[in-house]
Design a protein around this ligand. Structure first.
Ligand code: NAD
Length: 330
């Protein structure tokens, strides 16, 4: 019987993985704790370790897993920046779910933009208290504005389509240009400096790599329009949060919508309501009226969760049936 240890699981993961496991009958243990050097020994005796976005599979963890006999590290997410893949020992395969619902993330990004621009979160709180005034709720039309999209992969393209639907002009930057898509969807590739200079709204849809770590910092923000709206539903470390706070305080940024945060691991996906926030930048951002933060929920739709669960099991099944798996990360 194939044994799987799941790390960083929530009730909704356990429910869906149990439901789909009726087809496979794997022996499953769910841990609430995240995978890291300290918790890695919990994987002893398991064939598969299944992790999510905030588990840490660095070189030391990968080596420990290999030594304990783990054969497959199955990521139940697309991004693999939390796995030190170049240091992965031979004989330990890493697989991921390359796409679950790009619509979920793109739609959530549009939701963050509307919440910010039209101050939906403020009106919601007001009308609940029978305050029907419009003071402070003035927004702007997205129609006719310029949206800059960094990363035109699966999610970026859907976000572009949504923005084009609003009547926005879209300019984009990607290390690989998809000229056909640009023609079809009606957007233009530009270099980063031009994107910073011309965009009213900037949205990040690229993976986190060594090259783009802290891409958005004081220097890049200084090239942007005053009052720009910045959206990040990709990875927190794409933005230097100290610089972001500084530029918000100085009024250089109009609004920020975040589904990810530079040091989110300790906070996001956890109920911290009986605790306090020690992270100074996160505290400050949460206190700002022109910042809307959601806690890594952009992927969280029924369709995406079903796809995550079914693809994770398919990866495991492929690996143990055929000795390899299509979604291997190399
Ligand atoms: P994708 O692989 O389809 O597209 C990524 C695009 O980014 C590619 O076109 C690639 O060429 C481009 N790119 C790579 N490096 C770049 C760089 N330095 N500058 C500009 N572009 C660059 O990926 P996707 O499915 O569209 O997902 C994008 C990102 O969204 C993921 O990497 C992940 O970090 C994030 N994501 C977040 C959530 C969430 O719940 N918040 C869920 C899924 C994915």
């Amino acid at each position: 019987m194939i044994k799987i240890a799941f790390f960083d699981t929530k009730e909704y993961d356990r429910e869906m993985f149990d439901e789909y496991n009726k087809k496979y009958n794997y022996e499953i243990t769910y841990y609430k704790t995240k995978l890291n050097e300290e918790t890695a020994p919990l994987a002893s005796g398991y064939d598969v370790v299944c992790i999510f976005v905030n588990d840490n599979a660095n070189e030391a963890v990968l080596k420990k897993l290999k030594k304990m006999g783990v054969k497959l590290l199955a990521l139940r997410c697309a991004g693999f920046n939390n796995v030190e893949i170049a240091k992965c020992p031979k004989g330990l395969t890493v697989a991921r779910v390359p796409a679950y619902s790009p619509y979920a993330v793109a739609e959530h990004t549009a939701g963050l933009l509307l919440a910010l621009n039209r101050k939906v979160y403020k009106s919601y709180q007001r009308t609940k208290k029978y305050n029907f005034s419009l003071d402070g709720l003035l927004g702007f039309d997205i129609n006719g504005k310029t949206v800059g999209v960094i990363g035109t992969g699966k999610i970026g393209k859907i976000f572009i389509k949504i923005m084009r639907g609003f009547g926005a002009n879209v300019i984009a930057y990607d290390v690989y240009k998809d000229i056909d898509a640009a023609k079809e969807l009606g957007y233009k590739y530009v270099d980063l400096n031009k994107l910073y200079k011309e965009s009213d709204i900037i949205s990040l849809h690229c993976p986190l790599t060594d090259e783009n770590h802290n891409l958005i910092n004081e220097e890049s923000i200084s090239k942007m329009k005053k009052g720009v709206i910045i959206l990040n539903t990709s990875r927190g470390k794409l933005i230097n949060s100290k610089d972001l706070v500084k530029c918000l305080e100085e009024g250089r940024i109009g609004g920020v919508g975040l589904d990810v945060f530079e040091d989110e691991e300790e906070y996001f996906l956890n109920d911290m309501s009986n605790s306090y926030i020690r992270d100074v930048e996160l505290s400050l951002l949460l206190s700002m009226p022109n910042v809307v933060i959601t806690a890594h929920q952009a992927f969280f739709t029924k369709e995406a969760l079903e796809k995550i669960v079914s693809t994770t099991y398919e990866n495991i099944d492929n690996f143990f049936t055929n000795g390899k798996c299509e979604n291997e990360v190399k």
